[in-house]
Ligand binder design. Structure first.
Ligand code: DGY
Length: 327
């Protein structure tokens, strides 16, 4: 039998290529520029005829993509924990396994949430930009006043692994933790002392609201104009989940009108584009989707995607399978 082909839509760091070749796979990486996501046509060309795809969270897997990949495709190993970029039902129907990279990026992402929280509360971005532009004239009693963290209430929307890690990090600030979810989460409550609240109540009582939920049809625009209007004028919103969980235009409006104090964002509705006006707002701290971007995390993510591919072709269950492929 000829060697199986693994297509990798963009090079991650780490030893993934050597491991795949040592296991006898052909490895195909598109020639396209590796400093940005593949354009749609280049992506469709890259995946054609592969047995496995190691893909990025920026690749959109819809019917067209599955058709172009063709009948040999057995697994999509998604290089990320979120897999809203993949039509899972279509993968199930076609008997294609889908895997992700959970756990390994929990701490790195929780760190970014806290970085955003602190930077937004204490206006790091504004201060740094002004200083670099020569605006620092010496200490001032009313300069860059922010909001306190100690003893405040942190609302977690998405009480999973990353939400738990974010909540745990609040211990140093003696914060009260509240969360929202349709079902009680006893493990989360036990780990963090959190109290479950309906969404509206969480928004009205939290000083900080942190989003770590997956993007699903139910969570798309979970935070819109109405929800933002329920938040305290001193509140900070942090999003390390997925951009479309927030109605970004409504957020720009709320920040512009100072209806909330600030927002810290790592993810955007139409990446890499930002909603008009967002980049000009001083009370928004903006990062370029770097939740999992540490050397160790990204290298371990590359190990996990390869582990999944090797397991599948070895006749074993891929360790981080997220779907139920038919057959
Ligand atoms: C993920 O893995 O889903 C993250 O958003 C990547 O940083």
């Amino acid at each position: 039998m000829s060697a199986r082909t693994v297509c990798v839509t963009r090079r991650p760091p780490g030893d993934w290529e050597a491991r795949l070749r040592a296991a006898g796979f052909n490895v195909r990486v598109p020639e396209a520029p590796q400093d940005r996501p593949l354009a749609r046509e280049a992506f469709l060309d890259a995946i054609a005829g592969c047995d496995a795809v190691i893909g990025m969270i920026t690749d959109r897997w819809d019917t067209e993509a599955f058709d172009r990949a063709g009948p040999k495709l057995r697994i999509i190993a998604n290089y990320g924990v979120g897999y809203n970029n993949i039509d899972i039902e279509e993968a199930n129907r076609r008997g294609i396994a889908v895997t992700n990279t959970p756990d390994v990026l929990t701490d790195a992402t929780a760190d970014i949430a806290w970085g955003l929280l602190l930077a937004s509360a204490r206006r790091f971005g504004e201060g740094e930009r002004s200083l670099r532009a020569g605006g620092f004239r010496g200490w001032g009693p009313s300069d860059y006043l922010g909001v306190d963290l100690a003893g405040q209430t942190l609302g977690i929307i998405g009480p999973g692994r990353i939400g738990t890690a974010i909540a745990r990090r609040s211990r140093g600030w003696d914060m009260r933790i509240v969360y929202t979810h349709k079902d009680p989460k006893p493990a989360f409550e036990q780990a963090t002392g959190a109290q479950r609240l309906p969404l509206d109540e969480l928004l009205a009582t939290s000083d900080f609201v942190s989003l770590s939920c997956p993007l699903t049809p139910e969570t798309r625009h979970l935070i819109g104009a109405r929800e933002l209007s329920l938040m305290k004028p001193t509140a900070v919103l942090v999003n390390t989940a997925r951009g479309p969980v927030v109605d970004e235009e409504a957020l720009v409006e709320a920040l512009r009108e100072r209806r909330i104090f600030a927002a810290g964002l790592d993810v955007y509705e139409r990446e890499p584009e930002l909603a008009p006006g967002l980049a000009g707002l001083d009370n928004a701290v903006l990062l370029p989707h770097v939740g999992s971007a540490t050397f160790r995390t990204r290298e371990t993510m590359a190990r996990i995607v390869v582990d999944n591919v090797l397991a599948l072709f070895d006749g074993r269950r891929p360790p981080t399978l997220v779907n139920e492929p038919a057959g």
